[in-house]
Design a protein around this ligand. Structure first.
Ligand code: ATP
Ligand code: MG
Length: 498
């Protein structure tokens, strides 16, 4: 059992004081929640405690003994595991190869013992109730499954301290419940679990102790049972946050997008269909929600309309009464569509480019004559509008906090001034205040005439924002509710496979 004490840790990046004399403790046999707004310093603290960053002021004590890790391996040797906020797997390698990367098991002859590695991987996958084969290449897995592989990788060395940086942001409800059970048993074994999440109800379900960071400084800590959601939000944000439901509904019933008879074939199994017989319309200024369980086909639906699966799909598409066939996403963008995707690291952002370049990326072709001055102004206006926390528009996106990267993705698509905006889980990993800001922005844009399709697994998000809600199950539409008709029960019922 290891107690971790952080003593006066400070860490600066050029133009940013990420941590400012932070002192706090993480206790064994407990789930220690670490809370704070996007950019508050949570991930930075974890990276210091796990040997990723070696330059900082202050000290780390493990059971009272000072520890100073020179690299990640030293931290691992001391019994510390780190589940990163961003997925760190190698897509081309199999699940087993990813798990044993850098710590391969060898037999008596010094050869790789693939059978043994597969066996251990299989046991770990079973423990996490992840039904994939150890030999599956990671790129074939969905984001949620990849997240579980990441967790499996961390648990493999049987660590005493486990740092989890937003482990559930990409998981379905069933997967989250499953992970919570695993955490409960790790806790019983006396492990020290440090848990970052922006989902309050989850923290109240599993956490025992909390520490709150705000602008790099500790603003509070204590037992979860002695605090409330409102109190924690105040420590994080410095004021109360109220999320108001969308009130104005559009009076014009003008159809902007009409989709008819959409079908999508399975990529490998010829006879199977991923999407079947989908027809719906979208009005001007409407926020249309699409609810469904993971695997229902929601992301695939948006991707198909966006011109990403042309060889496997068939459908008819009209925008403002005119028929189109998009042979590529570029064609869709040109005709007024934009798509904030689910996984910002893979599809949304170029992490090695700065904020300004990312924001102007989709409009580059149309505006190449604008050069960097226009790019800078554009970036600055979005940094202000969305409250993106960055020292300047020239900061590399890699150096932004996770939530702020998500805001850059949103800015990038808004800068194309679309007629129709697709948003796939847009507030994943976004703190509660930024969430409110994004919701307000969506409502304002809809009032100005933008039509939005919102895919979300969060029922409260769907219910507060949407004018109308479609439900999908197993690749089909199963319900179409107006905002006033819909409630949690109805949505869940329609989402269950029959
Ligand atoms: N490598 C880096 N270079 C420069 N600045 C950085 C770097 N890493 C983090 N920062 C900055 O330090 C601050 C803290 O970032 P951190 O990633 O720790 O936030 P966080 O609390 O994890 O936020 P989120 O909830 O969005 O993940 C932010 O302002 C961020 O932009
Ligand atoms: Mg973070």
């Amino acid at each position: 059992m290891i107690q971790v004490d952080v003593k006066k840790i400070s860490k600066s990046f050029p133009g940013v004081k990420a941590l400012d004399e932070v002192s706090l403790s993480f206790f064994p046999g407990k789930v220690n929640a670490l809370l704070g707004e996007n950019g508050a310093g949570k991930s930075t603290l974890l990276k210091i405690l796990t040997g990723t960053y070696t330059k900082y002021q202050g000290s780390i004590l493990l059971n009272g003994q000072t520890a100073r890790f020179q690299n990640v391996r030293e931290a691992q040797k001391a019994g510390i595991a780190h589940i990163h906020q961003e997925l760190n797997l190698i897509p081309q390698l199999t699940v087993a190869e990813n798990l044993f990367l850098g710590r391969e098991v060898r037999n008596a002859f010094g050869l790789l013992d693939t059978a043994e590695m597969n066996r251990q991987t299989k046991a770990m996958l079973e423990k996490l109730r992840l039904e994939v084969s150890p030999q599956t290449p990671v790129r074939r897995l969905k984001v949620g499954e990849q997240q579980l592989v990441e967790i499996a990788k961390a648990l493999l060395s049987d660590p005493a301290v486990i740092f989890m940086d937003e482990p559930t942001s990409a998981l379905s409800d069933a997967e989250i419940n499953n992970l919570h059970q695993i955490i409960a048993s790790l806790k019983k074994e006396g492990k020290t679990i440090v848990y970052i999440s922006h989902k309050m109800e989850e923290l109240f379900r599993i956490a025992d102790h909390y520490s709150v960071l705000r602008d790099g400084a500790l603003t509070g800590s204590g037992n979860m049972e002695d605090t409330s959601e409102q109190e924690l939000i105040r420590m994080m944000v410095g004021r109360d946050v109220q999320i108001e439901p969308k009130t104005t509904t559009h009076l014009v019933e003008e159809t902007v997008l009409q989709i008819s008879d959409l079908h999508l074939q399975h990529p490998y199994v010829k006879q199977r269909k991923v999407l079947q017989n989908i027809s719906f319309d979208l009005k001007r200024g409407e926020i249309l929600g699409i609810f469904g369980l993971m695997g229902a086909g929601r992301t695939e639906l948006l991707e198909t309309i966006f011109g990403l699966h042309t060889s496997r799909s068939s459908y008819s598409l009209e925008i403002e009464g005119r028929s189109y066939e998009f042979s590529s996403p570029q064609a869709a963008i040109k005709n007024g569509l934009a798509f904030v995707t689910e996984d910002r690291k893979v599809e949304g952002l170029v992490l090695g480019l700065d904020v300004a370049s990312n924001i102007s990326l989709p409009t580059l072709q149309q505006r190449f004559f604008l050069k960097s001055r226009g790019e800078k102004d554009l970036a600055r206006s979005y940094i202000e509008r969305l409250g993106i926390k960055t020292p300047s528009e020239r900061q590399l996106c890699r150096n932004l906090s996770g939530g702020n990267q998500q805001k850059v993705v949103l800015a990038k698509w808004l800068s194309t001034q679309p007629k129709i905006l697709f948003m796939d889980e847009p507030t994943r990993g976004i703190d509660i205040k930024a969430k409110q800001e994004i919701y307000d922005l969506m409502k304002k844009l809809a009032d100005e005439g933008l039509s939005i399709i919102l895919v979300s697994s969060e029922i409260p998000e769907i219910l507060t924002l949407c004018d109308r809600i479609l439900v999908m199950a197993e690749g089909r539409l199963t319900a179409n509710y107006s905002a006033s008709e819909a409630d949690e029960d109805k949505l869940l019922k329609a989402a269950l496979p029959v």
